[in-house]
Design a protein around this ligand. Sequence first.
Ligand code: MN
Length: 186
Amino acid sequence: MFNTVIANNLKQFRKSRGWSLSRAALETHVSKAMLGQIEREESSPTMATLWKIAQGFHLPMSVLLEPHSVNPQTLAKHSKTQLCFDDNLQFRVLFPFDPLLCCEMFAHQIAPGKVHLSNPHEIGVIEDIIVITGELQIKLTEHWQSLQAGDTLRFKADQPHGYRNCSSELAVFHNVIHYPKTISDH
Ligand code: MN
């Protein structure tokens, strides 16, 4: 079901831009073969791949993950059960992208010993981190800083950044992504 939502969204956004698979591959840096597999529901994209697609299409990531034109109650219920797996980072959507507020919110989990590095987001994107349980480290400008449960961090996400868990416990954190007005008019 989850793959169906992503497949339909990808097809819809690609068609609405009039992009071929080749053009979409050029824009997203995700191979044409992989994009085709995702559209045919033959492959589950990793979080890293979803980010590349979102960036290539200049879309907030949760827009790819949520079904469109459903009422808000359905959407809230749906997002509760939605969990996406990656080797290093697991996440679910807490609040899908809201075009009025220009933000989206995720709950992330990162297992002990795991690292997730992120390419810069669009210019002007800001991230908030709220650590719920465990200990999390965030990399900014080549420097890792430690955050404990209850700690918060707001940073400019239009630069390379990373998330890692050097502890022996699972780290759970919430992540709000704020977009500048210019990219939210999709
Ligand atoms: Mn990020």
